[in-house]
Design a binder for this molecule. Structure first.
Ligand code: F6P
Length: 374
């Protein structure tokens, strides 16, 4: 049987564990199956521009513990890529490049956006396998995505450390955590770091309720509070506005009306980025305490993956190679229960795994006295 040729790329925001997954897939692909492995640079852009390098055993050695991605990444969309100052559908070019490189399959490491791109390429006839990575942990049908565990550790340490300075100065400290539109990271780090208030996108918050909680703490003699806020968390008024805008997209009677409604959804979503400063002002006014804001940002994604992410990334990488060997394509290799499962890309692409409002983590947070802002 002819030796298989496989392409691999990393796309979307980087996350700890990407190199471990490249290594896991690569070692199984080369060592176990004897395939040739081509690494495309800078995500979908490198695929469109035909920029790749052959990955051999020596390149894969020593990368298990390193942060970022050795292949580079980008957030390009295959059907709307900026080329020479205009948006172009690069799918036909990508199909040509795939055929020219004589690829038997393409492995895409990435989050929700990458799953969507992978789905588009699968629809165009490519044999695609998706390995889910994201610090947001928001990919549907996966228990966990690699990158999340490391980010959770970093964010937890930040929440932890903010306690002593908040306590010393009798201040409110708001720490804004990543997570895109889902609250997993803020909720997990908030619980693990012992935040007094946790605000997540899935539970729109009432500023008055946060103020009340801080005042109740003051009355009990706790003259400081740590508030963990997911970057996508919203006050109730704005959440209602967004819900209304989304309903207009759903009910739009023409493509033009849909485009206008979608634009207004985007505008509202963008306006919500970084609302921690506005929240700080309201909490200061409402409680009389000084407030400070820490936006943790990309530190949550940087640096070496922890043990759990190295393990998960290696497992998913190897399972991805097995999937190709067994002829399974158009799938996300998902971490489920005790092992991995292949989930059809139709089920993961374009879907978001939000925190269910009755989730055990939320119940645990409430039961230890943490306010969720509702
Ligand atoms: O998806 C990962 C993530 O870190 C999100 O948590 C965050 O909203 C986004 O990426 C930030 O993206 P960028 O690095 O492009 O600013």
């Amino acid at each position: 049987m002819a030796k298989k040729r496989i392409g691999i790329l990393t796309a979307g925001g980087d996350a700890p564990g990407l190199n471990a997954a490249i290594r896991g897939f690569g070692k199984a692909a080369i060592g176990k199956y004897g395939w040739t492995l081509l690494g495309f640079r800078d995500g979908m852009r490198g695929l469109a521009e035909n920029r790749y390098v052959e990955l051999d055993r020596s390149i894969l050695s020593g990368i298990l513990t390193t942060g970022g991605t050795m292949l580079g990444t980008s957030r390009d969309k295959v059907h709307r890529m900026m080329v020479d100052g205009e948006r172009r559908d690069m799918i036909p070019t990508i199909v040509e490049n795939y055929e020219e490189a004589k690829l038997d399959a393409l492995v895409c490491l990435g989050g929700g956006g990458t799953a969507k791109n992978a789905h588009r390429l699968a629809e165009a006839g490519l044999n695609v396998v998706h390995l889910p990575k994201t610090i947001d942990n928001d990919i549907l049908h996966t228990d966990s995505s690699f990158g999340f565990s490391t980010a959770l550790e970093i964010a937890t340490e930040a929440v932890d450390r903010l306690h002593s300075t908040a306590h010393s100065h009798h201040r409110i400290i708001i720490v804004e955590l990543m997570g895109h539109r889902a609250g997993w990271l803020a909720l997990g780090a908030g619980i693990a770091g012992g935040a007094d208030v946790i605000l997540i996108p899935e539970i729109p918050y009432h500023v008055e309720s946060v103020i009340d909680m801080i005042k109740r703490r003051q009355a009990r003699g706790s003259t400081f509070s740590v508030v963990a806020v997911a970057e996508g968390a919203m006050p109730i008024e704005e959440a209602q506005q967004l819900e209304y805008a989304r309903s207009l997209v759903k009910d739009a009677s023409s493509p033009e009306a849909k485009a206008i409604a979608k634009k207004s959804v985007k505008e509202i979503e963008n306006a919500h980025r970084g609302t921690s400063l506005a929240l700080a002002e309201k909490l200061e006014a409402g409680t009389g305490l000084e407030a400070r804001v820490t936006i943790l940002g990309h530190v949550q994604r940087g640096g070496t993956p922890n043990g759990a992410d190295r393990l998960l990334a290696t497992r998913l990488g190897v399972a991805g190679a097995d999937a190709i060997h067994d002829g399974h394509f158009h799938v996300t290799v998902a971490d489920r229960g005790e092992g991995t499962e292949l989930v059809d890309l139709d089920e993961t692409a374009g879907k978001v795994k939000y925190v269910p409002t009755d989730h055990e983590w939320i119940r645990a947070a409430r039961d230890v006295g943490t306010a969720m802002g509702d």
